[in-house]
Design a protein around this ligand. Structure first.
Ligand code: ATP
Length: 193
């Protein structure tokens, strides 16, 4: 999967709509301290489903919404759109939007979807909010200090099999629910006998 374009509106310091083209090859983002370079990487992680406000350097998820300055009013929502191209050459557009008091909503190619659906799409493409390919400040030390189980998780994400674990968990849940239904059915049948 290739990321092609990132659009932000009201996300952290990006109060005005910003549209960034990510061309093939190397893309560099330069700017003075505190201008929002890390916020861009966080926007990519956020649209892929990041659920921990702490790892977005906030105390609650609404902290990603532009909080206002002396001269500008705070915004009521933040939105990030990521346009990507799948390995099969298909265009894909993922949108995440958060409104104050209303939580996050996701869209995949214009359709409302769950956070889980978005996470699975990226997991299958060997990427996602926790991809080891996204190296933020302090991450290198965290990788070195990681426990074996955490390292294994990173390798599984890199190999694109993280989504299989989610699907297995779902399948196991369905199996348990079906077993319960069958047991109830047996009870009813034995009462009819
Ligand atoms: P450095 O080079 O120091 O690492 P940087 O260019 O990576 O800096 P970021 O850390 O991405 O900068 O951006 C921090 C800026 O984003 C700060 O000025 C902070 O005030 C601003 N910011 C973060 N969250 C919000 C928010 N919700 N509303 C408004 N501004 C925000």
């Amino acid at each position: 999967m290739r990321f092609r374009r990132l659009r932000l509106s009201g996300f952290k310091s990006f109060v005005e709509p910003a549209d960034l083209l990510i061309e093939p090859g190397l893309t560099g983002v330069v700017g003075p301290n505190g201008c929002g370079k890390s916020n861009l990487l966080e926007a990519i992680r956020w649209v892929m489903g990041e659920s921990s406000p702490k790892s977005m350097r906030g105390s609650g998820m609404e902290d990603v919404i532009f909080a206002g300055t002396e001269s500008r009013k705070a915004r009521s929502f933040a939105e990030v759109v990521l346009l990507a191209e799948t390995d099969a050459g298909q265009e894909m557009e993922v949108t995440r939007r958060i409104e104050r008091g209303a939580g996050s909503a996701y869209r995949l190619n214009g359709r409302d979807v769950r956070a889980k659906d978005v996470a699975l799409v990226f997991a299958d493409a060997a990427t996602g909010a926790h991809s080891p390919a996204l190296v933020s400040q302090g991450r290198i030390a965290a990788v070195i200090a990681a426990k074996p189980a955490e390292r294994r998780q990173m390798l599984e994400e890199a190999a694109g099999i993280a989504g299989l674990h989610v699907r297995r968990k779902d399948a196991e849940q369905k199996l348990r629910a079906t077993e319960t239904n069958l047991a109830r059915l047996d009870d009813i049948l034995s009462q009819l006998d």
